[in-house]
Design a protein around this ligand. Structure first.
Ligand code: AVI
Length: 330
C-alpha cells in the first residue's frame, strides 16, 4: 500500500486521487480556469460531485421526472436471473462510479463476487458506503479505489488476474462525448481481454421525445437546478473564486440534433467573477456549459461497443425502448 492508502476494518481504500492530485493539482486547476475563461465557458461535470452534489444526485434519482434510475432498476429486477447467468459467478465485481453502492448492492447475492471493488471520485461517500456493504456482505472482501477515471482507468494494480465484471450503470457513459466514451470503453475492454471470462454490464439511456428529456433535466422541484448551481460553490472552494450562485440560473434541455441533454448555468445579470486574481466578466444571458448527457439508440451503442473491441453483446430493453442494458464481452 502507498502512503495515501489505508485500511478501515475489513475495507481497504486505495487513494489514487490523493496521489494524483498531489502530482498534478496545478494542471487540474489550470484546466478548470481555462474552461471558465473560455468563450463559451465550460467546466467538467466531475465538479458536481462534492458531498452536497452527491446528495443532490441521490435526490435527482428519486424524482418523478428522472426516469433513468427507476427504469434501469426495473430492467435489472425483471431480467436479473438471465443477466446473472450471462455474467457467471465468483468473479471480481468492479463498480465504476459506485457512489452510495446502492446500484451494486442488489447484484451481490446473485453474482457472489470474489471481491467488490468500488471506484469513485467521491471519497467520503465511498468510505461510508463500503462500511455499510462490509456489514451486509461480511464474506466479500471490499476495496475502494478513489480515482478520477474520466481521465484514465488505472485499475490494473487494484485488480487480481481473476475474471472481472465491470458494472457501469445509470447511463453515466452519456456524460462522455462519443469519442471519449469509445476511448473509455477501450480501456475497459483491454482490462477484460487479459482476464478471460470478463465482461462489462452497462446501462444506457435512449434518445426519446424532447418533452420527457427536458423535464428529466429541469424538474419541477428544482433539485436538478440546485445540483447544477452547487457546482459554483464547489468551484469557489477549489479556486478561491467568488461566483454568486444567485447570479446564475439553471438551464437543462435536450439538443436533438446533437443527441444529448445539455446543462448550462446562465448569468441572470452582467457580473464579474474573480478567477485567480483576474476578473472574468459575464454578460447577462452568457452561459457556462456544465454537462452533456448523450443518449443512444441501442444500435448506436452496440456499434460504439464494437468500435471499442467488444465482440460478444447481449442486451435487454425497457419498453419504449426507453433504456438498454448491455452485457459486453471481448
Ligand atoms: C450521472 N449522470 C448519468 C447523470 C445524467 O443523467 O447525465 C447526471 C445528471 N445530471 C443531471 N441530472 C442527472
Amino acid at each position: 500500500m502507498g502512503a495515501s492508502d489505508h485500511l478501515q476494518g475489513s475495507i481497504q481504500i486505495l487513494d489514487r486521487l490523493g496521489t494524483r492530485r498531489a502530482q498534478d493539482e496545478a494542471a487540474e486547476r489550470a484546466a478548470l480556469l481555462a474552461g471558465l475563461r473560455n468563450t463559451p465557458a465550460s467546466l467538467s461535470p466531475k465538479y458536481f460531485y462534492d458531498e452536497l452534489g452527491c446528495a443532490l444526485y441521490g435526490a435527482i434519482c428519486r424524482l418523478p421526472e428522472y426516469y433513468p434510475t427507476r427504469t434501469e432498476i426495473a430492467l435489472f429486477q425483471q431480467y436479473r436471473a438471465e443477466i446473472a447467468q450471462a455474467i457467471g459467478s465468483g468473479k471480481q465485481f468492479v463498480d465504476l462510479g459506485a457512489g452510495d453502492c446502492c446500484k451494486a448492492e442488489s447484484w451481490l447475492p446473485f453474482l457472489a463476487p470474489s471481491r467488490y471493488v468500488a471506484v469513485d471520485i467521491a471519497g467520503p461517500e465511498i468510505t461510508r458506503a463500503l462500511t455499510r456493504m462490509a456489514q451486509e456482505f461480511p464474506g466479500v472482501p471490499m476495496l475502494g479505489v478513489l480515482t478520477d477515471f474520466s481521465r484514465t482507468l488505472d485499475l490494473d494494480e487494484a485488480l487480481t488476474k481473476e475474471p472481472v465484471t465491470f458494472f457501469y450503470p445509470g447511463s453515466s457513459i452519456g456524460n462522455f462525448t462519443p469519442d471519449e466514451a469509445c476511448a473509455f470503453l477501450r480501456q475497459v475492454q483491454a482490462l477484460c481481454a487479459v482476464r478471460p471470462g470478463s465482461g462489462l454490464l452497462i446501462g444506457v439511456d435512449s434518445k426519446k421525445d424532447k418533452a420527457r428529456l427536458d423535464a428529466a433535466y429541469d424538474d419541477a422541484l428544482g433539485v436538478t437546478a440546485a445540483f447544477n448551481l452547487n457546482v459554483l460553490l464547489h468551484v469557489n472552494r477549489v479556486l478561491g473564486s467568488d461566483f454568486d450562485v444567485r447570479g446564475f440560473r439553471h438551464r437543462g434541455f435536450y439538443n436533438a440534433e446533437a443527441g444529448r441533454v445539455e446543462m448550462h448555468l446562465e448569468a441572470t445579470r452582467a457580473q464579474s467573477v474573480c478567477l485567480d486574481g483576474v476578473a472574468r466578466p459575464f454578460a447577462a444571458g452568457e452561459r457556462i456549459h456544465t454537462e452533456n448527457s448523450y443518449k443512444y439508440l441501442a444500435e448506436e451503442f452496440a456499434s460504439l461497443l464494437c468500435s471499442a473491441g467488444f465482440a460478444d453483446l447481449s442486451h435487454w430493453q425497457a419498453p419504449g425502448p426507453d433504456y438498454t442494458v448491455f452485457y459486453a464481452r471481448p
